[in-house]
Write a new protein. Structure first.
Length: 376
């Protein structure tokens, strides 16, 4: 697929070039059309990406690309508890400050990702959480985060990934938080956040909810039940982040199943953000063009369903370029093709983000742009 040829692209390239000098340094293949942020905002949506500020600082081209395409950033790591409070009561916000400054200076919005996540509890805290006033250390972290970024962050992932099937009847993850504080730790965290940030949007962020698989069906069911309980109890919850780590090994997406799930969330009065979109590939043996088309097709299928739900407010991809993706081609992926890459070549990186390793847009970029342009 060519990104250089259509009349609309040529026209919008001229417009883009006139609005921002920063944009002039963006590769012309990227600048060749209206940025995603523009297409999204015309539809009352936002587009953004997870970001590590260290990568922005190191790469001028990547910095320009982020500023060009996004109007929202999610800190990929910088705000997480284990990242900021390495020893009790001693906070290091250097990385998050740099990202917040970068966002504010460029008039971008920021997501508060993420406060309570079982995978990001500082080592020193694991025993302390079980002490009599163990909640106090959660409070201290919340207070530090909200007092520092309350002015810059309008939407917080207060609880991340609270659902896990196969262990408890209520589908709640048997996390350190549940063990230390009981099942109402989710509500408690949301109340705590509301007190510290009366005007912010408070969210739960969850993964594994996309496919027509038994386990994902159960995850959807348990998440909806949790949301229902929270709403009935009047707990301050405004929205849901659906991570959308798509996976080409998981079978077909069902418009029926996914559409109904999104509607049930919306019917509870909650808004939805597609919060961590990317695509894990499966058939690394195919020619690159076909791999990219498969990623793009899956993206298009998912977004066409998601954007059919008016409660969806925005889309964040989990990184913008394959250069910075958390998704790896694993040894198991390679082992599935014993006769491939015998010449010493490799499948390279997973190609599940809108821009490739050298920051050239891929068909996935086009799929995102098309999905939003087809909208309301
Ligand atoms: O992509 C993130 C990776 O770089 C970090 O090492 C990891 C631990 O902080 O978190 C990853 O991001 C996760 C996100 O915060 C929550 N959903 C799953 C993401 C991928 O693991």
């Amino acid at each position: 697929m060519s990104y250089r040829t259509t009349r609309r692209q040529v026209l919008s390239s001229a417009i883009v070039a006139s609005v921002s000098s920063a944009r002039l340094t963006v590769d012309c293949a990227q600048a060749a059309e209206e940025p995603l942020s523009g297409a999204f905002s015309r539809n009352n949506l936002y587009f953004g990406s997870a970001v590590r500020i260290e990568e922005v600082v190191r790469n001028q081209d990547f910095r320009n690309l982020l500023l060009h395409e996004c109007d929202y950033f999610t800190p990929e790591v910088a705000l997480k508890w284990a990242a900021v409070e390495r020893s009790p009561g001693s906070f290091n916000f250097t990385s998050m400050d740099a990202l917040a400054n970068f966002a504010l200076a460029n008039r971008k919005r920021l997501c508060g990702h993420t406060l309570l996540w079982h995978k990001s509890v500082p080592h020193w805290a694991t025993a302390l959480l079980f002490e009599k006033d163990g909640w106090r250390i959660v409070q201290r972290y919340f207070e530090a985060a909200f007092s520092r970024y309350g002015h810059a962050i309008d939407r917080w992932d207060v609880v991340n990934e609270p659902i896990e099937t196969g262990y408890r009847m209520d589908g709640l993850r048997n996390s350190i938080f549940l063990q230390a504080f009981g099942t109402d730790y989710v509500a408690r965290a949301l109340w705590e956040a509301r007190q510290l940030a009366p005007g912010a949007k408070l969210m739960i962020n969850e993964f594994g909810l996309e496919y027509d698989l038994r386990v994902e069906h159960d995850r959807r069911y348990h998440l909806l039940k949790l949301l229902e309980r929270l709403r009935q109890a009047g707990v301050p919850l405004d929205g849901i982040g659906l991570q959308a780590h798509l996976d080409l090994s998981k079978g077909a997406l069902s418009a029926d199943v996914l559409g109904r799930f999104l509607k049930e969330i919306a019917d509870l009065g909650l808004f939805i953000v597609i919060s961590e979109l990317d695509v894990k590939e499966h058939e690394y043996i195919l020619p690159v063009e076909q791999r990219d088309n498969r990623v793009a097709d899956e993206t298009r299928r998912y977004l066409d369903i998601a954007f059919g739900q008016p409660a969806v407010r925005g889309l964040i991809t989990w990184g913008l370029s394959d250069r910075h993706s958390w998704l790896q081609v694993t040894q198991e992926d390679v082992a599935r093709y014993p006769n491939a890459w015998k010449d010493g070549s490799t499948p390279g990186v997973n190609r599940g983000l809108p821009f490739d390793y050298s920051l050239k847009p891929k068909p996935m970029y086009r799929a995102i742009a098309d999905s939003v342009r087809r909208l309301r």
